[in-house]
Design a protein around this ligand. Sequence first.
Ligand SMILES: N=c1c2ncn([C@@H]3O[C@H](COP(=O)(O)OP(=O)(O)OP(=O)(O)O)[C@@H](O)[C@H]3O)c2ncn1[C@@H]1O[C@H](COP(=O)(O)O)[C@@H](O)[C@H]1O
Length: 105
Amino acid sequence: MSILHELAQTIEARKGTDPEGSWTAKLLAKGPEKCAEKFGEEAVEAIIEAVKGDQAKLTSEAADVLYHLLVMLAARDVALDDVLAELARRQGTSGIAEKAARPKG
Ligand SMILES: N=c1c2ncn([C@@H]3O[C@H](COP(=O)(O)OP(=O)(O)OP(=O)(O)O)[C@@H](O)[C@H]3O)c2ncn1[C@@H]1O[C@H](COP(=O)(O)O)[C@@H](O)[C@H]1O
C-alpha cells in the first residue's frame, strides 16, 4: 500500500473519534469548510516556498499540502482512489500524452 493510501486510511479512521490527542480528528470535527480553509492556507505556504526557491522548506510544505488535501477529501467523502482514477483517465486522454506516445517521423 502506498504512503498516501495508508495516510488516507488513517485519516478516514479518525472520523468521529475523540479530538483530544489527534490533530486530524480535531480538524475533521470542525467540518469540511474548516478543512478546506486549512488546505488553502497550506497551499499558500507551499507557493511562498516555491517562489523563494527553498527546496527543503518546499518539500515540507508539500507534505503538509498532501496531508491536508487528504483531510479535505475525507471531510467530503471523496475517495483517494477516485482522484487517482481521474488522473489515470486523463493520462489516456491527454493530447500531450498522445503526442508523446506517437512514433516520431
Ligand atoms: N501528516 C500529518 C500532518 N501534517 C501536518 N499535520 C498537522 O497539521 C497542523 C497544521 O500546522 P499548523 O502550523 O498550521 O498548525 P496550527 O498552527 O496548530 O493550526 P491552527 O491552530 O493555526 O489552525 C500541525 O498541528 C501538524 O501537526 C499533520 N498531522 C498529522 N499527520 C499524520 O496524520 C496521521 C494521524 O495523526 P493524528 O492527527 O495525530 O491522528 C499520522 O500518521 C500523522 O503522521
